[in-house]
Structures are given as structure tokens and as C-alpha cells.
Design a protein around this ligand. Structure first.
Ligand SMILES: [Ca+2]
Ligand SMILES: [Ca+2]
Length: 278
């Protein structure tokens, strides 16, 4: 039993270091993990993050006097239970120690540990889509007035949600407009510079887009769905155009330009599967 005890102490120490080093936003998954694995019965008595020696001893060999093989098997089960129990209480310690009275701010983290990243609505920006008579599309942050470069376009639909501020793993999305073409690119990127050089107006900021594959998963932001944002090219009678879409659009006559460009959010549905050609 002494050997099992020593092994358990080492395992618990490793678990504890791992949680200390983990980025704070991973606490969102920690919380979900706790719910799934701990059944909500997380101890609050382990405030010092030390091992639960008293609790461990209490579980050792509760039926002494049976044969040696039975004792050994029972000790193994006890040791495994002790490790699992200590891992859960250590996570509880980290939550309390790292987030004393934390309030939620716009930083890409789940500060208040309710499982939702950046709860306040001020942390997010809605991007709306406008349409020209010839079918060209453009995007803006007002649902009333089309942005610069899209004069005469009419409101079409709420397109998607992005972060309102520069949180980790995001880039500022700029709309670059010229004629019928309105294309969203990262501010300061090679594409951005090339579009400016060819006379596009890239003054419209649409907010901060999570880089593809880095956004909090569906259910971990105030929005129901995390969606890939795809880019398509198409033609209008007056010139070439682009469509940026997370889903629920007719793509007839359009060509997907891989890869997907960003992760965005919406209470409306994403594409249920990757669109043809993407
Ligand atoms: Ca939260
Ligand atoms: Ca936050």
C-alpha cells in the first residue's frame, strides 16, 4: 500500500502542475469536464491544494482480514479512486486561486467560469449584409446604412457575429471595396496591401475575426453556433464579386475559394456540412 500511496502522490503533483500551466480560457472546458466527470460534487474543503491524506486513509482496505489477494485488489481500486478524487479537488483549487471574484471582461477568456467566453454583449459585434440590384454583396456594422463603397445597396440579412475588440487569436477584418467587389481581408496583410495598391477602399473595419479553428466551440460563447466563414467568387452583370457566408445561402453559380477564412458566430445555423468545392 505504501507503494501505491507514493505513486498516487506523484500523479497528483503532475496533474496539479498541468492545471497551473494551462491557459485560463481552457477553464471553460475544465468546467464542462468537471460537470461530466465530477457530477457537480466538487469538494470545497481542499483549500490548500495539498493532498487529501485523511480522505485517502479512510478508503484504504475497508474489509481487513480477507486474504492477501483480495486486499491487494481492493488497494488498487482505492488508489485509483484517490487519484481521481484528488484531481477533481485540485482543479477546484485552481479555479478559486486563479479567479478570485473575477468579473467577465472582453478578453477571449471565461473569467467568471460559467462556461461562456466573454458574456457581455459589448464584447461582440454583429456584421450585416447588404445587396445591390445586380447581386453584389457587401458587409457593414449597421443594419440601417450601408458602409462606404456600398452606396445604394439595401439591407439583406444578419450575416454573422465577430469579436468587438482585439482578443487573442483574432485579426481585424477590413472590407476592401472596388466597384461590385467587396472582399474581407486581415488588416495589414499581404492581401490587404495588394488591394489598397489596386485602388480598393479598405477603410471599413468589421471587427475582430477568430482565425480558423481557434474560436471557442459552439455553446461556449453567448451565441449558439461557431461557424466556419467560407469565401466564394461569382460574377455580376457589372463585374466580379465575392460572397462570405457561414451558411444558409444559395451557392448556385459560385466558386468556393479555399480555405475557409475565419471562425464566426451566429444564433442562426452554420452550413451543416462543408459546401461543394470547399
Ligand atoms: Ca463566462
Ligand atoms: Ca472574458
Amino acid at each position: 500500500m505504501q507503494r501505491n500511496w507514493t505513486m498516487k502522490m506523484a500523479t497528483t503533483a503532475v496533474l496539479h502542475r498541468t492545471w497551473r500551466l494551462a491557459p485560463l480560457w481552457l477553464a471553460a472546458s475544465c468546467l464542462a469536464w468537471l460537470t461530466a466527470c465530477g457530477g457537480g460534487a466538487v469538494s470545497t474543503s481542499d483549500a490548500t491544494a495539498t493532498d487529501d491524506a485523511a480522505a485517502d486513509v479512510a478508503t484504504v482496505d475497508s474489509t481487513p482480514g480477507t486474504d492477501a489477494a483480495a486486499d491487494s485488489a481492493e488497494d488498487s481500486v482505492d488508489a485509483a479512486l484517490d487519484v481521481a478524487s484528488d484531481a477533481i479537488t485540485d482543479q477546484s483549487d485552481v479555479q478559486k486561486a486563479d479567479t478570485p471574484g473575477s468579473t467577465e471582461t472582453c478578453n477571449g477568456l471565461d473569467d467568471d467560469l460559467d462556461g461562456i467566453v466573454d458574456n457581455p454583449s459589448a464584447c461582440w459585434k454583429t456584421v450585416y449584409r447588404f445587396q445591390a440590384a445586380n447581386g453584389a454583396r457587401c458587409w457593414g456594422t449597421s443594419d440601417k446604412t450601408p458602409p462606404v463603397g456600398c452606396s445604394g445597396y439595401t439591407y439583406e440579412v444578419e450575416a454573422f457575429i465577430v469579436a468587438a475588440t482585439a482578443v487573442p487569436n483574432t485579426f481585424e477584418g477590413r472590407q476592401c471595396s472596388a466597384g461590385t467587389d467587396h472582399i474581407i481581408v486581415p488588416f495589414g496583410s499581404t492581401d490587404y496591401d495588394a488591394l489598397v495598391a489596386t485602388g480598393h477602399d479598405c477603410s471599413v473595419s468589421l471587427g475582430f475575426f477568430y482565425k480558423l479553428g481557434t474560436a471557442p466551440a459552439s455553446g461556449h460563447t453567448p451565441w449558439a453556433n461557431t461557424c466556419s466563414l467560407y469565401r466564394f467568387s461569382f460574377s455580376t452583370p457589372d463585374g466580379g464579386a465575392h460572397l462570405f457566408t457561414r451558411g444558409a445561402d444559395s451557392l448556385t453559380g459560385m466558386t468556393c475559394e479555399t480555405p475557409a477564412r475565419a471562425d464566426v458566430f451566429s444564433n442562426f445555423a452554420c452550413f451543416s456540412s462543408k459546401p461543394d468545392g470547399c
